[in-house]
Design a protein around this ligand. Sequence first.
Ligand SMILES: Nc1ncnc2c1ncn2[C@@H]1O[C@H](COP(=O)(O)OP(=O)(O)OP(=O)(O)O)[C@@H](O)[C@H]1O
Length: 258
Amino acid sequence: MLKITDLVKRYDGGEPVLKNLDLTIEGESVVSIIGSSGAGKSTLLRCINRLVEPTSGSIVLNGTELTSLRGGKLRAARRKIGMVFQGFNLVERLTVMENVQSGRLGYISSWAAIMRRYPKKDIRRAYELMERVGIAHYANTRADQLSGGERQRVGVVRALMQDPEILLADEPTASLDPKTSEQIMGLLRDLAGELKLPVLINIHNVAEAKEYTDRIVGMRYGRIIFDDVPSKLDRDAMDRIYSGSPHADRSDTGVAAQ
Ligand SMILES: Nc1ncnc2c1ncn2[C@@H]1O[C@H](COP(=O)(O)OP(=O)(O)OP(=O)(O)O)[C@@H](O)[C@H]1O
């Protein structure tokens, strides 16, 4: 379970971009976060894996408070948080297998990683997952020879190789064509069910959020103003999520302007 309580983030002492935000995700649900540019979606995701330091508040993943972790304990916790990126973040000149095995960094010795001496069980697991997402035949192909959709599949497998307790996806389909984008969203949804994994997806495409996720969280300038099943995201809710400006929001007293 992921439980976020009273989370605040200010960059460099400026106005808060996350404002006392509460969010709980239980079980294997697929949750999308939608909202205008600047609403704080990426900041929220990055606070969870501590790529961004929260200013205050609590983020607990399966009993571990993430905000206070340092050093080795932080690295260990980060291994349990798989991340899928918009730009895939692959090492282009490395093979698919090498990219996928980088998800095991931190689990195996640096020497083994440098020498590409991957444990047999990790190779077996990589093939299982690559088979599952349809890229096993590319195991020895360099990442820069793959299409966007294939690269994102590599990104997904790399994240799953971490044996994560949660998967975070930051605009995972924004660089893909519509059909490939739907395939990747379908894959994330199916994998969440198969691996019993909660998945939190920051996404601009509302139609895909409605189609492929169980729950939609709507953010507006640092606050969650909608949190419900996709069928409840009607025109009125959309207007509330996508209207206004940060300036207008700052002038209110804590409740998002309607
Ligand atoms: N590193 C940073 N330093 C200072 N301000 C930042 C930084 N990163 C983000 N911000 C600001 O925080 C606010 C929220 O940004 P964030 O990227 O989280 O929004 P978002 O909802 O993900 O937007 P988008 O959909 O465009 O990616 C914005 O006002 C942005 O300018």
